[in-house]
Unconditional design. Sequence first.
Lengths: 324, 256
Amino acid sequence: MILALVEHDRGKPNPLSLEALTFGRRLAERADVPLHAVLIGSEARPLADLSAAYGASMVHLVTHERLADFAPAAWAQSVVEVVDAVAPEAVLGAGSDRGNEVMAHVAAKIGLAMAANCVEVEPREPYVVTRLRWGGSLLEEARLEGVPKLLTVAPHAVAAEEVSAAGEPAVETLTPALEDEDLRVRVMGRTEAAEGRVSLPEARVVVGGGRGVGSADGFAMLEELASLLGGTVGVSRVVTSLGWRPHAEQVGQTGTRIAPDLYIACGISGAIQHMVGCKAAKQILAINTDPEAPMVAKADYAVIGDLRAVVPAVITEIKKALDG
Amino acid sequence: MNVLVCVKRVPATGGRITLTPDEQEIDTRFLGFTVSPHEECAVEEAVRLIEAHGGTSVVLTLGPSVAEEQLRDALAMGIGEAILLQTDGREWDPIATANAIVDVVRSREAAGMAFDLLLFGNEAADTGDYQIGIRVAHVLGLPCVAGIKALEVRGGAAVAQREADGGREIFEVSLPAVFAVKEGINLPRYPSVPGRLKAKKKEIHRIVPEKRGGGLEKVRLKLPEEQQGEVEILGSGPEAAPRVVEVLQRLGIVPS
Ligand SMILES: Cc1cc2nc3c(=O)[nH]c(=O)nc-3n(C[C@H](O)[C@H](O)[C@H](O)COP(=O)(O)OP(=O)(O)OC[C@H]3O[C@@H](n4cnc5c(N)ncnc54)[C@H](O)[C@@H]3O)c2cc1C
Ligand SMILES: Nc1ncnc2c1ncn2[C@@H]1O[C@H](COP(=O)(O)O)[C@@H](O)[C@H]1O
């Protein structure tokens, strides 16, 4: 049997978990075994039907009075107890922050290897997995040992897909033996997101700025362009390292992943660590003085020239179009 | 207060990656080397902690002899001591790496120099395993907060924050503890010239680590398929603006 961890935040499912369930179901079909899901905390109870809709024939609901909010080691202990009870051949999590973290704790507790961010799995003995390196700029084929196999599924390795004839899932409830140690790290407080700002991962248009913008002040025109287009500003690492803009705006391997309809990359060379952050953009427009810049080669449209002249001209032209 | 920070030497790849013919490594003949931005921030955080609270900071790497370069970079930023767990350069898997780091932590403890904070990057730049800090914490029986973007130490405890859905989650743990750091927690300093000179002269403690454990083994590297497509050059300089707006209209971003 394949076991998939369905991740949630206070009852709200992470969509990446539905991809992990889909990935798990296909793996289970190939190995001709069932797919089970594990849900942690009583707030997750309503997600049993959702898990079934994505292919789980059975749901293990782990509840405990001390499982109130996210606590990585306690979640891991919950998974470990389900593993002990049902002996799966593989356990899958989502390749999200929490998914990778909880699965690493599971692996540390059981004392087995864990492969993060897999895009393909060949269920032989040992498993041969293909996983992301360098945030996805490179792939690695690796052998993964151990029983069970522990892995996470890279974001968007598959599209989440409901099954056609999902039945009522059987729900098995379990209470883990949590130690104080498992609850040393748990969410003890929160600050909520600021309202009303266009969030970078969800923006339809992102206007990106790199070293070519030249200064912190140079971003005023990018701000203006972004707001005209109902979008937001994103930046390269050089820009955050120079202190021109906050890291929250950084796009790339160690920043944010964006998926806009249009990414306007101004004065950004297109290093691979930047490109993994914007490869989900539907269209890229590059504005760069260098026709040989990798960003220009990877773009759909490009303007060759100094962004300090091009961007204001584009702003003027957009205003004309909007007034016209 | 004693702080350990762990870094990993990786190639500084630019616009594209080329593999060696045996598909085992990135071709690094024309590349420099660096550490992950997360780790650079972890180094900066360690330096700031010692500046604020006093004590010693130690940087550690497991890697080939030339990884000395990355240790010296950290020393130049203000770290006090450096340890090189010297290998033949072949990759060690996360369990083996974590065990080797644990050995160092334990021997420091036995020598009366136990660490109060162990700082890691959230994930290594190259392998992105997302686990070594957590494994080290687990073997040592310490709490671990991963993915942190803020850290404040008060007495024997630390408050750490991480991002979630645009907001922040707050964790409080007592020390000693392990933290896996994300870029953005601070803005790392550029090493000063005197800092660099001092770092050059410092001794690097070289240790040959014992390799224990494994279970995740690289078979080969592969380049992902490139998205094929032609770029349409809209023109040069500001004269291209009308064509840009045509494209924006075609894409439905500007109403036509
Ligand atoms: C492990 C690791 C992780 C990393 N993570 C990230 C990440 O998350 N995000 C990220 O962005 N980078 C990341 N980097 C850094 C990355 O490798 C590059 O250094 C960085 O993206 C380069 O930023 P840039 O394009 O702004 O600067 P440069 O590479 O210096 O490029 C500047 C570009 O601007 C153009 N230009 C100059 N002047 C003008 C002008 N007046 N008008 C128009 N064009 C002009 C130039 O032709 C050039 O193409 C990472 C690196 C490593 C090693
Ligand atoms: N070879 C190494 N030497 C020292 N520290 C390492 C090494 N590999 C990984 N680390 C540390 O562990 C963190 C997480 O790595 P990983 O779990 O491999 O993604 C890194 O950011 C480093 O801080």
